[in-house]
Design a protein around this ligand. Structure first.
Ligand SMILES: *Cc1c(COP(=O)(O)O)cnc(C)c1O
Length: 420
C-alpha cells in the first residue's frame, strides 16, 4: 500500500497528509478525486491558494498556450512579456480602480519571502529593528517572519532566539468591550514602557492560521492612525485573506485604509503556482539594486496565470459580489452548526469574513473529530487557531451553491456523529 511507502520515505515533518491520508489524483473546481475514485469537496483549497478552484479552464488554457509557444519560463528578474502583462494587469485591475499608488516587488515565490522582504524594507526605511506583531498572527516560518508569528508550535522549533518582534493584543483578544489598541497607544507614548520604538506593525485583517479572528474596520482604522502618529509603517499581510477571500480583492478594503506595505502570495498566481509580491507606497521603495534577491522572483508561468486571473475575475465587481453572497451561505450554515453544538452543551461560535470563516468549537480534540468524520463523508476541511479549535472554511471562491450545501450537510452529520 502506498501509505507505507510515503511513511518510510517522507520526513515526519509532513502535516496535511496526516489529516487526509489518501492518494489524490485529479481535481477540478472545488472537488478532489482519489486514486480509488472517491470524490471530496475541497474546503481547504491549498490553505487558500486555490481561490479560483483547481485547474480553472481559462487559466489552464493561458498557461498551456504560453508553454507550448516556447516562451520564457525562467528569467531571474529580467524583463519578459509575461512580467509586463502581469504588472499591467495589477495596475489596471487592482491599483488604479482602488486609488492605490504602489510599486511592486517580486521576492521569492512563497509568502514568507514576501513577509521577510516587507519587514526588512520597513527596518531599512525607519532605521529601527522592532516590528509590532499581534497575538495569534501567522506570517511564515523563516526566521524574520517567524519572529512575528505567535504560535509556539513553530516558534519552539526555530533553534535560535527569535528577535525583532513585539506582540500586542489583536482585536478582541481581551474580550468584548476592550479596545486592545489602548494598550499599544499607551506603551508607544511611554518612553519607560520597555517597547523599543517599532519600525512597523504587521497584521492580518482576518487571521488565517490564528483561527479566522476578524479585526474590525474601526480597529484597523485606529491602528493605521496610531502607526502614522508614531512614525511607524503599517504592513498588511494579505497572503491568505487577500485575492478575494474576504469578498474584496484586498481584505483591507473593508476598512477603507491604505496600508504602507502589502504582502500577497497563496492565490496570487490563481492556479496554485508559487508566487508572491510586496506592494509598497511609491516613496517607500528605498531598496538599492539587488539588496533583496532570490532565484525565483516572478516565475513566468505564475505571472501568466496571475495576470489572466486578474483579467478574468477582477474586471468588474461581479465576482466579489458572488463571493460575498456565497460567504453569507457559509456564514448561515456555520451559525447553524454553532447553534447545533450549543444545543449539545458545547460553547461554539461562528466568525469570519467573506469565504474565510470558521466555527470555534472550544477544543482542538473536538475540532479534529469533526473534521475527521467529515473527511470520511467526503469533505476535506482543516482546523486552525491556537489549539486547532476552529473548523475552518477556505473553499474555492468559485464553489457552486450545491457544493456548499453538501459540505454543510456533511458537517452537520459529522457533528451529530461525534457529539451526542
Ligand atoms: C501562509 C501564510 C504565510 C506564509 O506563506 P508561505 O507561502 O507558507 O511561506 C504568511 N502569512 C499568512 C497570513 C499566511 O496565511
Amino acid at each position: 500500500m502506498q501509505t507505507e511507502y510515503f511513511e518510510q520515505i517522507e520526513s515526519n515533518v509532513r502535516t496535511y497528509s496526516r489529516s487526509f491520508p489518501t492518494l489524490f489524483t485529479k481535481a477540478r473546481g472545488a472537488e478532489l478525486e482519489t486514486s480509488d475514485g472517491k470524490r471530496y469537496i475541497d474546503f481547504l483549497a491549498g490553505a487558500g491558494t486555490l481561490n479560483y478552484g483547481h485547474n480553472h479552464p481559462v487559466l489552464k488554457e493561458a498557461l498551456i498556450r504560453y508553454l507550448s509557444e516556447d516562451n520564457i519560463v525562467h528569467a531571474l528578474d529580467m524583463w519578459t512579456e509575461a512580467k509586463f502583462d502581469y504588472y499591467k494587469a495589477v495596475e489596471e485591475k487592482l491599483l488604479k480602480p482602488r486609488g492605490l499608488d504602489y510599486k511592486i516587488q517580486l521576492p521569492g515565490p512563497t509568502g514568507t519571502n514576501a513577509v521577510e522582504a516587507a519587514i526588512r524594507l520597513a527596518r531599512k526605511i525607519k532605521g529601527r529593528h522592532n516590528i509590532v506583531a499581534f497575538t495569534n498572527g501567522f506570517h511564515g516560518v523563516t526566521l524574520g517572519a517567524l519572529a512575528t508569528t505567535g504560535n509556539a508550535k513553530f516558534r519552539d522549533n526555530a533553534g535560535v532566539p527569535l528577535v525583532g518582534g513585539t506582540f500586542m493584543p489583536y482585536d478582541g483578544y481581551l474580550g468584548e468591550g476592550i479596545d486592545t489598541l489602548d494598550y499599544l497607544e499607551k506603551v508607544l507614548g511611554d518612553s519607560s514602557s520597555g517597547l523599543d520604538h517599532p519600525a512597523a506593525a504587521i497584521v492580518e485583517v482576518v487571521q488565517g492560521e490564528g483561527g479566522t479572528n476578524v479585526a474590525s474596520a474601526p480597529w484597523l482604522r485606529r491602528l493605521a492612525e496610531i502607526c502614522q502618529a508614531n512614525d511607524m509603517l503599517l504592513i498588511i499581510d494579505d497572503i491568505q485573506a487577500g485575492c478575494g477571500r474576504t469578498g474584496k480583492f484586498f481584505s483591507f478594503e473593508h476598512a477603507g485604509i491604505k496600508p504602507d506595505i502589502v504582502t500577497n502570495s497563496k492565490s496570487l498566481s490563481g492556479y496554485g503556482l508559487p508566487f508572491a509580491q510586496v506592494l509598497m507606497r511609491r516613496e517607500l521603495d528605498q531598496w538599492g539594486p539587488g539588496q533583496y534577491n532570490g532565484t525565483f522572483r516572478g516565475h513566468s508561468p505564475a505571472m501568466i496565470t496571475g495576470a489572466k486571473a486578474l483579467e478574468h475575475f477582477w474586471s468588474d465587481d461581479s465576482f466579489e459580489l458572488e463571493v460575498q453572497r456565497k460567504g453569507e451561505l457559509v456564514k448561515q450554515g456555520f451559525q447553524e452548526l454553532a447553534a447545533r453544538l450549543r444545543d449539545k452543551g458545547i460553547d461554539a461560535r461562528e466568525r469570519g469574513l467573506g469565504l474565510m470563516r470558521g466555527v470555534d468549537v472550544g477544543s482542538g480534540e473536538l475540532a479534529d473529530k469533526i473534521t475527521g468524520a467529515a473527511f470520511e463523508k467526503g469533505l476535506v476541511i482543516e482546523t486552525s487557531g491556537h489549539a486547532g479549535q476552529v473548523v475552518k472554511c477556505l473553499c474555492p471562491l468559485v464553489i457552486e451553491d450545491q457544493q456548499i450545501a453538501r459540505a454543510l450537510d456533511i458537517l452537520k452529520d459529522s457533528v451529530d456523529q461525534v457529539v451526542r
